[in-house]
Write a protein that binds this ligand. Sequence first.
Ligand SMILES: [Zn+2]
Length: 199
Amino acid sequence: MKLTRVECPSCGQPLVSKQREEDLLFVCDCGTIHMRDPKPKEMEYQIARPRDARRPDNVYVPFWRVSAHVAIMDTEVVGGYIHKLATLIEGGGGRYSGNVDIYVPATKLPAEEFRKWATALTNNPPHYAESKDFGGISRMPCNISEKEAEELADFVILTNEAEKPGTLQYIRYTMTVNNKSLIFVPFIRDTLARLYINL
Ligand SMILES: [Zn+2]
């Protein structure tokens, strides 16, 4: 724990937070969430309402939603496998360029879990009602920076494509990030720390 004294950039309220190790977020009662690098920067975010809010094992997992324009320049796929990226891109239809939201866990997870949830949410974007606060549910720290999130978004695209081993020979694409925001997704964490989505 480190004690940090900062003020909310929106309402000026002092936030004397017992900042958990590595948590990059400062959360104010007024609803403003900001990061500092080192200047305060207000973050755009959404909190998804859990399907079952009463469970004691609920936990919020922060994700970066990286909205990017992706254009596939060149690819070679053996066996006519239609790659997921192309199907994700808006208005696909053989024109392999468009916008896609890439979901990158904003908290450090074991590699397998990271990949699992990144690809699951990127391939099936979550539908949810918004909640105005965390409703007393604890949240995992945000310890993946914006910059890391961009690099990881690249990684998510590649591992997503490589899910079917041996099919993708190579892919060349460009990715232009248009926007990044945070989304807090409700999960259930069991006694073995396994995560199950609660939407
Ligand atoms: Zn505030």
